[in-house]
Write a protein that binds this ligand. Structure first.
Ligand SMILES: [Zn+2]
Length: 336
């Protein structure tokens, strides 16, 4: 194999010993992961809370029909492991929150964002600032995407540019649509920037935001100034947000709810034995997906439940409560 001059044999070794975490492996995140795997990153951790659905399969790079209803992170890790057997691909099927951010992102050389919401991006950004870990931000909607490269404290952080942005359902990729071309392109650019960060190659993008528009064929670079009054990277830093408010989240699409239950370990075998076999869509080591009327329920081993196709939070909470009770482990007697 011939390496390009900027990488060389030493660069390949650096990439092999690097650990990168990709948070969110939907359209953009699966593309980022594919190019990082093919670039020879030695350890790739893939974090995603969601499962593969017929409505998003077309933009998930590396996945096919046989992956339907499997957790995205696991399906992608398995696919990339077949592609690059010598690297390590680690799947984490969970929701990134303030309470677990240090555990899930710890030890990463670079954090890459394939997310679809700012609420989670801000948690990621605070971790990036607190630990001085470089952070590659991405977003993609319709024909337009963004990639930003932040390396605090040398550069601005995400909060310097997007402070106060609140996710609205009208801005989501499910409402506005997104093309596989822009998710693929944004993912490829973000992977390229990640490789440059690991190799310590200079980049025009460092501390800047690139806007890519496939309709107008534009690549526009804008600088992001470090803001003295930034709530995240400016003094004094705000303490980590409490995780108490993150009980229930509404995902891309508006009719899907992510419910985090009090249980942290569910017996999926027991749960699957209590659900009619004809209703089960898939059953893996980490998730049981089944239909309940017109609603699809994903019960994760961690106790989290995704409820698809409900109208309101109350209905989602009720269905999630029923689902976790299926897998609640009976209280065992204390051995004498
Ligand atoms: Zn900042």
């Amino acid at each position: 194999m011939t390496t390009v001059p900027e990488i060389g044999t030493r660069g390949l070794h650096k990439l092999r010993s690097a650990k990168v975490t990709v948070v969110g492996v939907g359209g953009v995140g699966s593309s980022i992961s594919y190019y990082l795997a093919q670039s020879g990153i030695g350890h790739l951790r893939l974090i995603d809370q969601d499962i593969v659905e017929p409505s998003n399969l077309h933009r998930l790079q590396g996945l096919d029909q046989s992956d339907l209803y499997h957790p995205k992170a696991e399906a992608l890790a398995d696919s990339l492991q077949r592609l690059v057997p010598s690297s390590r691909f680690e799947a984490v099927v969970d929701t990134l929150r303030s309470a677990n951010v240090s555990e899930l992102l710890g030890g990463s050389d670079v954090i890459v964002d394939g997310l679809d919401n700012f609420r989670t991006r801000f948690i990621l950004n605070r971790h990036s600032v607190r630990t001085s870990t470089p952070y590659v931000f991405t977003s993609a909607v319709q024909n337009q995407g963004h990639v930003g490269v932040f390396s605090p404290p040398e550069t601005a952080c995400l909060g310097c540019r997007f402070d106060g942005v609140i996710d609205g359902p009208q801005d989501s990729c499910e409402t506005l649509g997104v093309t596989p071309v822009i998710t693929g392109l944004v993912g490829a650019v973000a992977a390229g920037e990640t490789v440059k960060l690991i190799l310590a190659l200079s980049s025009n993008e460092l501390g800047r935001l690139i806007t890519i528009d496939t309709l107008t064929s534009d690549f526009i670079l804008t600088s992001i100034a470090k803001r003295e009054d930034c709530k995240t990277c400016g003094p004094p830093q705000v303490p980590e947000e409490e995780s108490k408010g993150e009980i229930l989240g509404e995902l891309c699409g508006g009719k899907t709810f992510n419910v985090i239950s009090r249980l942290n370990d569910v017996d999926l075998f027991r749960a699957s034995s209590l659900v009619p076999e004809s209703s089960i869509l898939t059953s893996t080591r980490s998730v049981l997906v089944f239909r309940k009327g017109s609603v699809t329920v994903s019960l994760f081993k961690s106790g989290r439940v995704l409820v698809y196709g409900v109208e309101d939070r109350e209905e989602a909470l009720r269905i999630a409560g029923d689902a976790t009770s299926l897998g609640a482990k009976p209280v065992s007697a204390i051995p004498s």
